[in-house]
Structure formats: C-alpha cells, structure tokens
Design a binder for this molecule. Structure first.
Ligand code: NAP
Length: 285
C-alpha cells in the first residue's frame, strides 16, 4: 500500500518503521524535519518535506501527532492530495469532537477518517504490540485492519466516529484511579514502617493485583519515575476526559481529583516524569 505517515515521534516513529518492514511504501513527514530525515535514513522509508508530499496519491494516511489542533491542521492539508477513496487513520489521542469533525470533513471529499487511539505505550509501539480502539466506518477499518496489525496485537471497532476516542478516555479514567490508589498504598506501607518488598509479595497475588502493581510498585517505592508516558500527556488526556464528562454528564469525582494531583506533580518539576509519579507528591509532604 502507498502510505503517508505524519508524526514520527516516540509512538509514530516505530509504528511507521513496522509499516516499512511489512513491505509498504511509506513517506514520513514530521513538523521538525530533522526527525523525519533521521527516520527515513534509519528505516528505509521516504522523507517527505511537507504534509502534501506525504499524502500525495496515498491510499492510506496515518497520523500520530500531538493534539486536536495538530490533527485539524494535518488532515485539512492532506485531504486534497490523497487518492480518491483513501482512508485516514488517526492514532493521536484527541477529543471525540475533533474525530467527528474530521470524519465529516473527509467524507465530504470522498475519503474516510477513523479515530484510532492506542494503548501500550512506547514499548508497545517498538514491539508492535499496541491495542487500537477505533471509531468510524466499519468497512473502511476492515480495509486497513491487516495493515494496522503491523504494529498492533489487537484492533477493535468500537462504533461510529469518536467511539475510539471515548474508549481511550475510559482507559485513562481507569488508569488514573488505580495509580493514585497504588501510590497511597505504597505511601501507607512506608509510613507504617513495613518492608515494601514484603508487602508486594504478600498482596500482589490476591484481589489487589493489577498491571500497575506488578510493574510500578517497586519503582514507586524507589522514587523512580522515568517509565514513558509523561504527566504532561496524562494531563492533556484527563483534560479531554473532563471536558467530555462536562458535556455528557458523567460523574468523575476521582478523576478530577487525580488530575489536580497531577498538576501538583507538574509544580514539583515532574512534567516529564511518568504517570506513577503521583507517589512523588506523597513523598514530598
Ligand atoms: P511525540 O514524541 O511528541 O510525537 C509527536 C510527533 O508529532 C512529534 O514528532 C511532533 O513533531 C509531531 N507533530 C506534532 N504536531 C505536528 C504537526 N502539526 N505536523 C507534523 N508533525 C507534528 O509524542 P508521542 O509520545 O509519540 O505521542 C503522540 C500521540 O500519541 C499523543 O496524542 C499521545 O497522547 C498519544 N499516546 C502516547 C503514548 C506514549 O506512551 N507516548 C501512548 C498512547 C498514546 P516535533 O518533532 O516537531 O515535536
């Protein structure tokens, strides 16, 4: 397939590499051109100097950029250059509103837009093990599903445009609460004078077990917070979640509180620490 890829960052770079390795013809564009040049050189893809060049006569355009405005900008620049009937797949975490907006814009020009945020982090992108939650036209998704499997362990259709982004919001809500609970558990164990390693051994095989407990308990106790998904990104995502909740009426008391706690982590200088740094906020008191 002839593919344009826009946004060759922590996630997009390795995803686009998997597409090249799967035998597709991939043209990569990135806002900072040096990153795209380095990506093309390292992976055998083609360097694109503009969005238009990446989109030129492509059957599929994949995005993994930063936020709503980036997606609006890239999609409107790309649309006129894509092949008739082309499909746009957006892996950026955005609002559901922008997904619906882009879907309408694309449909008006004879193209399909699929919102397809991912979970699995940098390691998932590097190892080709991402989980993709998709919204939009089911037939369009089916057409590109095999291509997306180059970097995914699962691609699930969730419903109409925006349903992928709403599903990602559910994912972030669940993570926020679990991580705060875990941070408090580690903190309490320390204050109570327990051996945190022994506590982990005692409780991690029972009902308190979670991915976060298995992967972050020890590092939280050690005060190490350099494991990928940054607090700044999490605050962007929780902002999208809380906006959506204001419009759909969902009650997210804990999520709002954890978002506030993350703002305190940012004040401690933790913008680039990973999400488990909620524990740092408790250590700082
Ligand atoms: P990143 O490393 O900052 O990558 C984003 C890339 O997009 C950067 O290279 C950036 O270029 C480029 N970009 C931004 N706006 C652009 C535009 N208008 N035109 C062209 N290129 C543009 O971020 P990331 O960690 O890969 O995350 C990307 C998206 O995936 C975000 O929405 C994030 O929330 C989501 N996500 C991330 C993770 C994770 O673990 N990192 C996990 C799940 C989802 P520059 O080089 O100029 O900055």
């Amino acid at each position: 397939m002839k593919i344009g890829f826009v946004g060759l960052g922590v996630m997009g770079g390795p995803m686009a590499r998997h597409l090249v390795q799967a035998g597709h013809e991939v043209a990569g564009f990135n806002r900072t051109a040096d990153k795209a040049k380095a990506w093309a050189q390292a992976n055998g893809g083609r360097f694109a100097a503009t969005v238009a060049e990446a989109a030129d006569k492509a059957d599929l355009l994949v995005l993994c950029v930063g936020n709503d405005d980036d997606v609006r900008q890239v999609v409107s620049e790309a649309l006129p250059h894509l092949n008739a009937g082309a499909i746009i797949v957006d892996h950026t975490t955005t609002s559901a509103m922008v997904a619906r907006e882009m879907s309408e814009l694309a449909a008006g020009q004879g193209r399909a837009f699929i919102d397809a945020p991912v979970s699995g982090g940098q390691a998932g992108a590097e190892n080709g093990q991402l989980s993709v939650m998709a919204g939009g036209d089911a037939l369009a998704l089916e057409t590109v599903q095999a291509v997306l499997m180059a970097y995914s362990k699962a691609v699930k259709h969730m419903g109409p445009s925006g349903a992928g982004q709403l599903t990602k919001m559910v994912n972030q809500i669940a993570i926020a609460g679990v991580v705060q609970g875990l941070a408090e558990a580690v903190h309490f164990a320390e204050v109570a004078g327990l051996d945190t390693d022994a506590v982990y051994d005692a409780v991690s095989k029972g009902a308190a077990q979670s991915w976060q407990m298995d992967n972050r308990w020890k590092t939280m106790a050690e005060g190490r917070f350099d494991f990928g998904f940054a607090v700044d990104w999490m605050r962007k995502d929780l902002g999208l979640v809380l906006d959506e909740a204001r419009s759909n009426g969902a009650r997210l008391e804990l999520t709002a509180l954890v978002d506030h706690f993350y703002s305190e982590v940012q004040s401690l200088g933790g913008s680039r620490w990973d999400t488990s740094s909620l524990a740092a906020r408790l250590k700082a008191r």
